[in-house]
Design a protein around this ligand. Structure first.
Ligand SMILES: N[C@@H](CCC(=O)N[C@@H](CS)C(=O)NCC(=O)O)C(=O)O
Length: 231
């Protein structure tokens, strides 16, 4: 088994499916959780030059640095058996992950909004062009809520077309873990992303109830990341 070192922030977000897979597969890894205060002197800025694209997550596999969260998730999914049983299933999983990624990506104008910078230590960064796009953070959150509802409407339709308990068949895959992580992340800004989406709410409950995920969520090591626990 290679040695694994995961570098990310103290929030979960893009690294959550990576943490989940290590726990579910029962594989040891070094977890480097960086605190970021969004200033030039914070811990992230110190290690940033060592990261291939200056961003996290980065997974070191025997010292080889992998970056881009979905590339890492797919790699571990293949290694640990959570990436479907055929290339067709892998493509279905990719489809769910690619749609779901927008739930994370589209929140950027909120946490880069100047109004919000002081509220969420660990999420903030310099206000940028995206952050300045909306007049207020309320407006940015309203727009984000609409976007998430549209994405969940699409995902619910997709899920209703498939057979089985999870996005691809009856076994949990990285599509489900990614979906769980992204929806959990959205709770930072939306009280109940599943309101009006009973089928997806039930799917999320099934993911949480999966024995290995339940064990992971109940573990005391999950505590430092409490803000991302399901309500
Ligand atoms: N497409 C990249 C996005 C990575 C990304 O945006 N990482 C953020 C944290 S979620 C980051 O490192 N931000 C710090 C920065 O860009 O300075 C991925 O999926 O890994």
């Amino acid at each position: 088994m290679p040695s694994y070192k995961l570098i990310y922030f103290t929030v979960r977000c893009r690294a959550e499916p990576i943490h989940m897979m290590f726990h579910i597969a029962g594989v040891e890894y070094e977890n480097v959780a960086i605190r970021s205060a969004g200033s030039k002197n914070d811990d992230f800025m110190k290690i940033r030059p060592s990261l291939p694209f200056g961003q996290a997550p980065v997974l070191e596999v025997d010292g080889v640095k992998l970056t881009q969260s979905r590339a890492i998730i797919r790699y571990l999914g293949r290694e640990f058996g959570f990436y479907g049983k055929s290339s067709l299933e892998a493509a279905q999983i990719d489809c769910v992950m690619d749609v779901t990624d927008d739930i994370i990506l589209k929140a950027r104008p909120i946490y880069r909004h100047p109004d919000l910078l002081l509220d969420f230590p660990g999420l903030q960064g310099p206000a940028d062009v995206l952050g300045n796009f909306f007049k207020s953070r309320t407006e940015a959150i309203e727009e984000y809520s609409k976007t998430v509802r549209k994405l969940l409407t699409d995902l619910e339709k997709l899920f209703q077309m498939v057979e089985g308990d999870f996005f691809v068949g009856d076994e949990i895959s990285i599509a489900d873990m990614f979906f769980f992580a992204a929806c959990n992340f959205s709770r930072f800004f939306i009280k109940d992303p599943f309101e009006g989406f009973p089928t997806l709410a039930a799917l999320n409950d099934r993911i949480i109830a999966h024995p290995k995920i339940k064990k992971y969520l109940d573990d005391t090591s999950y505590k430092p990341y409490e803000q991302f626990k399901p309500f």
